[in-house]
Write a protein that binds this ligand. Structure first.
Ligand SMILES: [Zn+2]
Length: 315
């Protein structure tokens, strides 16, 4: 299986040739960067959670002879040229797209941007670490170091593809990092997607204006904090009838509003989609012998989990 995966990666993506272009900042390096990159790829291909577990895994005894030491891999990875790695990702994306391995969602190429947290440590600290105070069970407070980054994923029905990621540096928020990330993805992958989706944090005029300038749509969750828009959407929902439909076991009531002039800082019109969703709960029937489906209190709109509002700029 492992050999098949390597053969496939080479045949389709020329993987172990293109990674040879990755460089690092070591002076007088004894082991070529490509061997370090290959070791990291092998770690992922063999589904090992860490370099340490890869080096300990008995099943890879033969492989171990070729692996640099864990500390060499870690030290080299720290100084690798990120632009080189991004070029490799771009080359893989282009091949995957040309070979139709990636597919759009409902006819649209969709990018998803979000923040993630990675690794926490009580001891290990570098210049990119953020820190916070955590309280242990015994009440003692500890400092915890952790890394955060934003990712840009090309979402597909079967395969989602990470186009790029960017650290969230100490002292900065997710949007600052995401803005750098989106700018770079727009430059490197100008035609890869037409829509970008984010959570409530991304309902920022900076993000929407940046995407609009590149002729991309933006979709973000609308939260109550953007009061004017939120209230206008709710007001319009009271005045108009929703579309109602059922998909699987879930009932939907959906409103689609076009709103202008309710978002200071973003001049263009937006569409606000309001969606109420209800899934019946299976309960014991009165005689206790069977089950029946029941919407709470028998009403479609009671006990419903109201889906967050979503906002889309009008064309
Ligand atoms: Zn760190």
């Amino acid at each position: 299986m492992f050999k098949k995966l390597i053969d496939y990666s080479n045949k389709i993506f020329d993987l172990f040739s293109i990674i040879a272009s990755i460089t690092d900042r070591r002076i007088k390096a004894q082991i070529a960067t490509v061997k370090i990159v290959a070791a990291i790829i092998v770690m992922h291909f063999t589904n090992q959670g860490s370099l340490h577990s890869l080096s300990q895994e008995i099943a890879f005894k033969k492989l171990k002879a070729y692996l640099p030491s864990v500390s060499t891999i870690a030290r080299t990875a720290d100084s690798m040229d990120l632009a080189d790695i991004r070029d490799v990702a771009l080359a893989i994306y282009k091949k995957a797209r040309a070979k139709k391995m990636l597919a759009p969602c409902h006819g649209m190429w969709v990018g998803v941007v979000d923040g993630h947290e990675q690794i926490t440590s009580a001891y290990c600290k570098c210049k990119y670490c953020k820190s916070r105070t955590v309280t242990r069970k015994d009440g003692i407070k500890d400092i915890q170091y952790y890394h955060e980054f934003t990712t840009f994923i090309l979402a597909g029905p079967k395969v989602s593809f990470i186009l790029d990621l960017e650290p969230i540096l100490p002292g900065e928020g997710e949007i600052t990092s995401a803005y750098r990330l989106i700018e770079r993805v727009l430059a490197n992958y100008p035609k890869a997607f037409s829509v970008v989706i984010g959570d409530g944090l991304y309902l920022k005029e900076t993000v929407f204006n940046l995407l609009k300038a590149h002729h991309k749509y933006a979709i973000a969750v609308l939260k109550e904090e953007r009061r004017q828009l939120f209230e206008e959407a709710n007001r319009l929902s009271l005045l108009s009838e929703p579309e109602s439909y059922r998909q699987g076991r879930t009932y939907y009531r959906v409103w689609d509003h076009s709103i202008s002039g309710c978002w200071d800082g973003y001049g263009a019109d937006v569409r606000v989609i309001v969606s109420e969703e209800a899934t019946p709960v299976r309960v014991h029937s009165k005689d206790g012998r069977s089950f029946e489906d029941k919407l709470k209190q028998g009403k479609l709109d009671v006990g419903h989990k109201s889906a967050p509002l979503k906002i889309i700029p009008a064309v």
